[in-house]
Design a binder for this molecule. Structure first.
Ligand SMILES: [Fe+2]
Length: 211
């Protein structure tokens, strides 16, 4: 695993798949200059598993969508500084794909109303207002963000419509990692396949930019 090449490829297409473990990835990306950064509950490393709506922790995507397909979103949208890159790592194959939509590398290819509409972001510490596109970064998670004006309501429709042009990553062999540029891509878990309720993904989150 070559961290510099992975980051180059990530920059070119927005997401990239490699063979290896979470430990391999953390080591190789550290050498290439990516720093672990926290998302949920202050952690840069977490384990993801499917939850039904009833058993899911409150205020999570699973609490709303359970085992059904998730809406496309970015991770850490409730944070003032979301992670730049997320890595999903699976040691075992899984029949539940991850969906990814990749925007342009130079500037997110989103319509003007999606850049101008104002959303309210709810966090445990209170709420703040923001647009879904700030500079070159997309921030969108319909679970913690509500549209606060007409343009933002249109933006919700736009982000939902991207599902039609999104691609699927299939976890069809052991020890795969899926790196996603969280600044320009949206992602989601597909509906949990029958018999795949015990699947586990490890998630690492990174910061690339210094400021
Ligand atoms: Fe996510």
């Amino acid at each position: 695993m070559d961290g510099a090449r992975l980051l180059q490829e990530l920059n070119r297409r927005g997401w990239v798949v490699a063979s290896g473990t979470a430990g391999d990835l953390r080591r190789t990306l550290a050498v290439a200059g990516a720093q672990p950064t926290a998302t949920q509950r202050g952690r840069s490393h977490s384990f993801l598993r499917p939850y039904t709506e009833q058993e899911a922790p409150p205020n999570t995507m699973s609490a709303v969508y359970g085992l059904e397909e998730q809406p496309l979103h970015t991770d850490g949208a409730h944070l003032h500084r979301p992670p730049d890159v997320i890595a999903l790592c699976a040691s075992e194959p899984s029949a539940t794909p991850t969906i990814v939509w990749a925007g342009s590398s130079t500037y997110p290819t989103v319509p003007a109303y999606a850049r101008s509409g104002i959303f309210t972001v709810r966090t445990k510490q209170g709420s703040f207002l923001t647009s879904a596109v700030d500079g070159g970064r997309i921030r969108y998670d319909p679970v913690c963000m509500s549209p606060s004006d007409g343009m933002a309501r249109e933006a919700v429709g736009y982000f939902t419509s991207l599902r039609a042009s999104a691609e699927e990553h299939h976890w069809d062999s052991p020890n795969l990692v899926l790196l996603i540029d969280n600044r320009r891509c949206l992602h989601a878990r597909s509906a949990v396949a029958e018999g795949d309720e015990t699947r586990r993904l490890e998630r690492l989150t990174f910061r690339l930019e210094k400021s």
